[in-house]
Design a protein around this ligand. Structure first.
Ligand code: COI
Length: 351
């Protein structure tokens, strides 16, 4: 693989004050697609690249991405979490967006080289990681609305802390009652850029009212919980942990999958099913809504302290992180940092 080293290594940020996605490492991976084939991946200095103003990613949003994380353990081992699942999902998203699939093995090997080069950028403070952002964009200079014939795949790396500025403090979520993020048959299940653009207005409205995020409901009845946009959702109702079923408009989150697997293995009652806001309000009124949390690569496991729906603020577990949420946070971050045994085979060491 061709590697071009930067001549101007950057000064590293203060790893105890990272926030999310604000700093980028010295190098990135690029791989272009042209004439029906992928070229070799290359590592180049992290820098802006030129895109023609007519390029179709800029006009028609034919673009997808992923989010994964790398860690440095206490013993100095470099690891990644469930990275194969990311590349499998990315190829699925690519298919939905009429983009060419790539060889996950080639990309993974190149990514591992990149991470090894950038090992000093992996933060080790609790709650931090090196965020991996694989991205695939249409790169043909043409204005006709059709699938591009040229693509650019790239991976950038960013040392990150907590996704939310308030860290593990429970989030406040506003149920969005009018706008929709995705509909069945649309692209909601793909990790495509347009889904995030569609979610911005709901997010801004929620922020302007003092909430962290908007909670999306289904597009046809405005009744069933979907996801938050940056997180899948879980609710603990009585002794049942419920997460919305993957009906086609919800992201098949890798952290969501991890939560389900851990809960199943440890004997919790976990259901993937449709869950309506009426059911959640009813459970809250009866004192049965014990906990709620979101899951995501960036958000990890984030407790939800308040859900606001139709003007009613439901404060969950006294606005504090609940027992099952804490258990999952501890278990999953413990496996990621090798505090716990990797009993599910999710961690790969980069050697
Ligand atoms: C992730 O959790 O990695 C995501 O992609 C969600 C968001 C930051 C866009």
């Amino acid at each position: 693989m061709k590697i071009t080293l930067t001549t101007q290594p950057k000064q590293k940020p203060d790893f105890s004050k990272l926030g999310f996605g604000k700093y980028f490492t010295d190098h990135m991976l690029v791989m272009d697609y042209e004439n029906g084939a992928w070229k070799e991946p290359e590592i180049v200095p992290y820098a802006p690249f030129a895109i023609a103003p007519a390029t179709n990613i800029l006009h028609y949003a034919q673009g997808i991405f992923e989010g994964a994380k790398a860690y440095k353990t206490k013993e100095g081992k470099i690891t990644v979490f469930r990275i194969d699942d990311n590349f499998t999902r990315m190829n699925k998203s690519a298919t939905r967006l009429c983009m060419p699939n790539f060889d996950a093995k080639v990309v993974k090997d190149a990514l591992f080289e990149l991470i090894k080069m950038e090992k000093d950028w992996i933060p080790t403070e609790p709650g931090t990681a090196l965020y991996i952002r694989p991205t695939l964009i249409a790169n043909e200079e043409v204005l006709g609305v059709h699938a591009s014939k040229k693509y650019r795949f790239f991976i950038i790396l960013s040392p990150v802390g907590s996704y939310y500025a308030h860290g593990l403090q429970p989030t406040k979520i506003l149920v969005e009652e009018q706008l929709v993020r995705a509909s069945i048959g649309g692209t909601g299940e793909a990790k495509c850029m347009g889904n995030y653009a569609a979610s911005l207005m709901g997010g801004e409205i929620a922020n302007s009212k003092g909430f962290d995020q908007a909670l999306w409901l289904d597009s046809s009845e405005h009744k069933y919980v979907e996801e938050v946009g940056s997180m899948n959702m879980f609710f603990v109702i009585g002794d049942e942990v419920v997460t919305p079923a993957l009906v086609g408009s919800i992201l098949d989150g890798i952290t969501r999958r991890s939560c389900i697997q851990v809960l199943k293995k440890y004997g919790y009652k976990i259901s993937e099913r449709r869950i309506s806001m009426d059911e959640i309000v009813d459970a809250y009124d009866k004192g049965l809504l014990k906990e709620s949390f979101g899951s995501g690569t960036a958000a990890v496991i984030s407790p939800v302290g308040t859900i606001s729906y139709k003007g009613k603020d439901m404060v969950i577990n006294g606005g504090k992180m609940g027992e099952i949420t804490s258990f999952l946070y501890d278990k999953i971050t413990g496996i990621q940092s090798e505090r716990y045994e990797d009993e599910f085979g999710w961690v790969t060491e980069i050697k």
